[in-house]
Design a binder for this molecule. Structure first.
Ligand code: KG4
Ligand code: ZN
Length: 341
């Protein structure tokens, strides 16, 4: 009970997340998602997300406290995602966190969204080995991070130069007539299919590889899938959805795991963490495990609910900051939609 009780608030995209962490222990992870409101638009609409955060904030805070059996007055610090993300969506979280910190008279910690995706693994698998290599793949980001200290030193080795990995899943799903968000549907369809089409692996050869060793590119892959499907439709033959899904998924996971393990090797890191919504992908998990085993690298993947955006990850990073004596943010903290790591 001596350990700090930290409240975390996440509103960078379409999930209103409120989490409570005591030290290294997760007490509650309450999430309200507006994903269904965005589904008919085929992607997240910023204005819709901001309004949904406003409506969901107080009920989600109340639910988190009720489920954890704590009173707001027990909270020792408030942490909030201050970037990167959608500007208007971030502002709702930052304003709420400031109000709470001020009202409760406790420190406020503005945290980086990507760093908190990494920090969440602490509540799942215990203290983070340092350094850790992190592969973050979601609808909004695809990054390889070298993490000597998740509270103070997170370095980007590379990121996508066009679409995020989850975005590629969502766009290819749309081409195949599957609903948004498409990742889980492709994952499911792929289980019934075979890897029979050799889709391109972006930035994995020649000059591209040298210039973009740890960067990703998925827009060429998406275009290749669209062309393949269009050609099949033009021929009058049925599109083998399961085979296309399996072949596309194989191309994405091959590139992600290949580059992640190359980064581990080149930086001499023995631990790989995979996070973000795409970390729920069953083929990605299996391939990462195989390749980590072969390379003697420990793989850490939080449970799917902690890989997607949530408040627990923000609380987890906030708790780490408190435990390590990091400086709190000023009460004029501002959201920074393009915050680097
Ligand atoms: O982390 P997240 O919930 O939100 C952000 O984008 O930050 O990630 C959502 C993304 C979507 O693009 C979704 O299609 C993808 O994660 N996703 C998956 C799977 N589950 C979710 N992609 C591939 N396979 C899955 N099983
Ligand atoms: Zn995220």
């Amino acid at each position: 009970e001596d350990e700090p009780l930290v409240l975390g608030i996440e509103t960078s995209c379409d999930e209103t997340g409120v989490g409570l962490v005591r030290g290294h222990t997760l007490l509650v992870d309450a999430v309200a998602s507006s994903v269904e409101e965005h589904a008919r638009f085929g992607g997240v609409v910023p204005e819709v997300a901001s309004r949904a955060h406003l409506e969901a904030m107080v009920p989600t805070l109340e639910r988190a406290c009720r489920e954890a059996g704590v009173r707001l007055g027990d909270v020792d610090a408030v942490a909030v995602t201050s970037g990167p993300g959608l500007a208007g969506a971030l502002m709702v979280g930052v304003a709420s966190a400031k109000a709470l910190a001020l009202a409760l008279g406790v420190p406020l910690y503005g945290v980086n969204h990507l760093a908190s995706h990494v920090a969440v693994d602490v509540v799942e698998h215990g203290p983070l080995p340092e350094p850790t290599l992190a592969l973050l793949v979601s609808g909004g980001h695809s990054s390889l991070l070298l993490v000597p200290d998740v509270t103070a030193d997170v370095r980007s080795l590379g990121s996508t130069i066009d679409d995020a990995a989850g975005e590629a899943f969502d766009k290819v799903a749309r081409v195949l007539g599957l609903p948004f968000p498409g990742g889980p549907h492709i994952d499911r369809a792929a289980r019934e299919g075979q890897v029979v089409i050799d889709f391109p692996r972006g930035l994995t050869g020649g000059r591209d590889l040298e210039r973009h060793r740890f960067d990703f590119s998925f827009s060429g892959l998406k275009t290749a899938v669209s062309r393949w499907v269009a050609a099949r439709e033009a021929s009058g033959e049925p599109v083998p959805v399961a085979d296309v899904a399996a072949s596309f998924q194989e191309a994405v996971t091959d590139v992600l795991t290949r580059k992640a393990l190359d980064a581990c090797r080149r930086h001499g890191v023995g631990h790989l963490q995979v996070g973000g919504g795409v970390a729920a992908n069953s083929r990605l998990r299996a391939m990462a495990q195989e390749r980590c085993d072969a390379a003697g690298v420990e793989l850490r993947v939080p449970r799917p609910g902690l890989c997607t955006d949530n408040g627990a990850m923000v609380a987890a990073l906030g708790a780490q900051m408190v435990l390590r004596g990091r400086e709190a943010s000023a009460l004029d903290l501002r959201a920074d939609s393009s915050m680097p790591v």
